[in-house]
Write a protein that binds this ligand. Structure first.
Ligand SMILES: Nc1ncnc2c1ncn2[C@@H]1O[C@H](COP(=O)(O)OP(=O)(O)OP(=O)(O)O)[C@@H](O)[C@H]1O
Ligand SMILES: [Mg+2]
Length: 374
């Protein structure tokens, strides 16, 4: 096991800088998910750590040692790629032990490790097959096996599930977590799938255009997003961002005044008299139909939301509603009987709402524009 640290990393391809001052620490045994849209620099980050790409500036530190100049094979890192990169002409057994053979590990140790890994991944019955004779999920397990068998200090995963169908992806998600619990190897896992990030990570690192936007536990990221990018990237359907105005005692949306019920919810920074234009962020899941809101009295409320569309999803239904000129996504449970074309009142907990600065996109309660007086 090992700790992994990225210190002030910059990466340029020619004159184009694709990673800007990346700082990240992963503790021994931790499972960290790096998530972000396509092209933001996730694979490049992994490749720098693995030694497959030169570092322009900064340091990669494994177990307190700077490894910038170490060859990939001396970093004791195992990487699992999106396409698995299995050898097509070798069978499963040979694919799994290839790295050990190269490292001239003794036959006894090799056999013992192979047996253990094959059992853990339930590959015992497939050892003589070629990759082409395996399903996508089985190939994925072989790629995992090849990483695990090496007893590496660090695992790097680059979107290992993106070639699988939704059901198998779900299954492998739990599988990888189970394996991690068993082997406890320090892991950096890359995905652009926010569900994978939420469900798998001890910690999530959200990246955009070569910059780390936020890092934290899944719930910190979900409940306290530091800006509109993180707020809308994590969570599905995306957080609603409504045009609103913030006053000391209330928010105004489409002419409706929504009062803060408790002191703690009031902004503690100075606001202009005419109100501060903001984006009011509320997740679709945090709305309740007023008719079924048991804490109705303590909740904030948006009135007269006109239902444009209802999508039944089983237990939940997703609604597209219109409040004045603004469209919202809302997720309500079965009990709501309102129909398309009806108008409903939507309750929400002001504690779960976010106020974003329209200029900086930052969450005003995490980054207040003016510090409160001491
Ligand atoms: N060898 C290279 N030469 C020049 N530019 C590159 C090279 N490799 C990557 N890039 C650029 O660096 C940026 C980051 O690429 P990277 O592959 O790290 O993104 P990613 O986050 O992994 O995206 P995806 O989710 O699509 O895999 C992109 O703009 C890409 O075009
Ligand atoms: Mg990539």
């Amino acid at each position: 096991m090992a700790s992994l640290k990225l210190k002030n990393i910059h990466k340029r391809f020619g004159s184009v800088e694709v990673l800007h001052d990346i700082n990240l620490e992963i503790k021994e045994g931790e499972f960290v998910v790096l998530v972000g849209p396509s092209g933001c620099g996730k694979s490049t980050t992994l490749r720098l750590i693995a030694g497959l790409e030169d570092i322009t500036e900064g340091e990669v530190i494994i177990n307190h040692n700077v490894v910038n100049l170490l060859e990939p094979q001396h970093r004791n890192i195992a990487m699992v790629f999106q396409n698995y990169a299995l050898y097509p002409h070798k069978n499963v057994r040979e694919n799994i032990i290839f790295g050990l053979k190269m490292a001239k590990v003794s036959r006894d140790i090799m056999d013992a490790r192979l047996e253990k890994v094959a059992k853990m991944l339930e590959l015992q019955d497939f050892l003589d097959r070629k990759p082409a004779q395996l399903s996508g999920g089985q190939r994925q397990r072989v790629a995992m096996g090849r990483a695990i068998v090496r007893d590496a200090d660090v695992f790097l995963f680059d979107e290992p599930l993106s070639n699988l169908d939704a059901k198998l992806r779900h299954q492998m998600r739990s599988e990888i977590k189970r394996i991690h619990r068993a082997v406890q190897t320090t892991t950096l896992y890359v995905t652009h799938d926010q569900v994978e990030a939420m469900t798998m990570g001890d910690r999530i690192v959200v990246m955009k255009e070569g910059v780390i936007e936020q890092q934290g536990t899944p719930m910190e990221i979900y409940l306290k997003p530091s800006n509109t990018f993180v707020a809308t990237f994590i969570g599905s359907p995306s957080m609603n961002l409504m045009d609103a105005k913030l006053f000391p005692e209330h928010v105004e949306i489409e002419g409706q005044r929504i009062h803060f019920k408790e002191k703690i919810q009031r902004p503690d920074f100075l606001l202009p008299k005419e109100g501060l234009p903001i984006k009011l962020g509320i997740r679709p899941d945090f709305f309740l139909d007023e008719n079924f809101a048991s804490r109705g009295g303590s909740l904030a409320k948006i009135n007269y939301a006109k239902i444009d569309l209802i999508e039944p999803l089983g237990f939940d239904k997703e609604l597209d509603v219109q409040v004045g000129t603004q469209s919202l996504k809302v997720r309500l449970d079965l009990r709501t009987t309102a129909k398309e074309g009806d108008t409903i009142n939507l309750c929400f907990d002001m504690e779960r709402a976010h106020f974003f600065d329209i200029k900086t996109d930052k969450n005003l309660f995490i980054h207040p524009p003016i510090r409160p007086q001491a």
